[in-house]
Ligand binder design. Structure first.
Ligand SMILES: [Zn+2]
Length: 435
């Protein structure tokens, strides 16, 4: 028997070690120790972690890599970011949007990030970014699952043509219904927009992903309406609330009721740790709120959680590197989820959590799944986060599409080792009750 590819001696995210993964015709054909077969290509994982690819379920590909055009965001606030994007929009060309998006996808592949849900602004009557990203989606399909969400950045009601443009974008093939209720003129308009958007999704059989309550205002409660409309329209498991930062500041009693309603409607949540920690709390003196939503509490209620990157080098965020391990690291720090179990759970939030929210087919490392995976220079998921580990090999449909040499430093110190491999610093016994 000859397979297309075998990855030997891998550690899997669930803790299994010494595992071989055989790939054939783009799918995983076997996952077991010591597969006795040849392959067109054999990769020795050398005991390192092999994970399903990273997933970013919340991104803005129409704005990425535009940093500094036409100027920088000086206040660092969400509102100046939106105003700045408004200045940039008339300057956009289809070619420039497409070129930046494709360039970002190159970076994503090098980081093992092979599935992205991007919001695309539909408040430009030309729908230039929609058309550009639909083209990008088709072009990158061999290596990235790109899902588009119709996002009325300037408000579904607040922007006069947003409602019509959103329907036009969906007609063109955009996959998901978006919204921004906290940016409408009034709380009442915000709530009405949630109802209207959920009804559109129900009628068209689409998923919903709203920018929801991205504010420090504890009275911003559109997530309550979102959970209500989800259960009213029978959209259970098909609706996501992105950000939900107001929940950080809400009254504790109110949240105890809200979380049960979200769980009942199976509404998922996407915190965006890098962006939430820099954008929220900007109006505070001290104590200064962190602004990220209540991640451990969402977990405790069995609510699906995925972490998003949201922005890379755009009007809202100057940094970022398509590195979902950096996102997971920030998420666990801000949520103070530092037990071994919590950190492993955070790794899953940038892999299978995002896959669940995006309803990806064939995702995972089981037999029959797509042969998509990442070999990391790390012993396990916690080490991968700690090290922001090098992506030694990125595999799509059984073919290696990106490789990075192992990070090994050479030392010139008398009496000390000649090299330093960061992955060799993994704890010997990393179990919960070690020591
Ligand atoms: Zn966003």
């Amino acid at each position: 028997m000859t397979f297309d590819l075998i990855v030997r001696n891998a550690t899997l995210p669930d803790g299994r070690t010494g595992i071989d993964i055989a790939c054939e015709s783009g799918r995983i054909a076997a996952v077991e120790p010591s597969i006795a077969a040849d392959a067109g290509r054999v990769i020795d994982a050398n005991g390192h972690l092999v994970s399903p690819p990273f997933v970013d379920p919340h991104f803005h590909m129409d704005a990425t890599l535009s940093l500094g055009i036409p100027r920088m965001n000086r206040s660092g606030t969400l509102l100046e970011g939106i105003a700045l994007w408004g200045e940039l929009k008339p300057l956009l060309t289809r070619e420039a949007v497409k070129e930046r998006a494709l360039r970002y996808c190159d970076l994503a592949v090098s980081q093992g990030l092979l599935a992205i849900r991007t919001h695309v602004d539909v408040c430009d009557d030309r729908l230039l970014a929609v058309e550009a990203l639909l083209e990008v989606k088709r072009e990158v399909a061999p290596y990235i699952d790109l899902q588009l969400c119709a996002f009325p950045q300037d408000g579904y009601y607040r922007s006069p043509t947003a409602a019509e443009n959103l329907e036009r974008a969906l007609d063109l093939g955009v996959d998901v219904v978006g919204g921004i209720p906290h940016f409408e003129r009034t709380m009442a308009d915000g709530a009405r927009s949630v109802t209207a958007l959920c009804e559109i999704a129900e009628k068209r059989g689409l998923l919903v992903d709203l920018h929801c309550d991205e504010t420090d205002d504890p009275m911003s409660r559109h997530i309550e309406t979102l959970a209500y409309e989800t259960q009213r329209l029978g959209l259970h498991g098909r609706v996501n609330g992105s950000h939900l930062t107001s929940m950080h500041s809400m009254d504790n009693y109110y949240v105890s009721k809200l979380l049960a309603l979200m769980a009942e409607a199976r509404v998922s949540a996407i915190p965006n740790p890098l962006i939430n920690i820099v954008i929220q709390g900007r109006h505070d003196t001290y104590p200064k709120r962190r602004g990220m939503t209540r991640v451990p509490e969402l977990r405790a209620h069995g609510i699906e959680v995925a972490f998003g990157h949201d922005c890379v080098m755009d009007p809202w965020y100057s940094l970022g590197n398509a590195d979902m391990l950096e996102v997971a690291a920030m998420g666990l720090h801000v949520a103070q989820m530092t037990s071994r179990d919590d950190m492993r759970w955070c790794f899953d939030r940038v892999t299978k959590g995002g896959a669940a929210v995006m309803h990806l087919d064939g995702y995972g490392l089981d037999v029959g799944c797509n042969a998509d995976m990442v070999l990391l220079q790390a012993a396990d998921p916690i080490e991968a986060i700690r090290l922001k580990a090098t992506r030694l090999a990125v595999i799509r449909r059984g073919r290696v599409i990106a490789e990075t040499p192992a990070r090994v430093a050479s030392l010139a110190l008398p009496g000390r080792p000649a090299t330093v491999d960061p992955a060799s610093y993994a704890p010997k016994d990393a179990s919960e009750d070690a020591g």
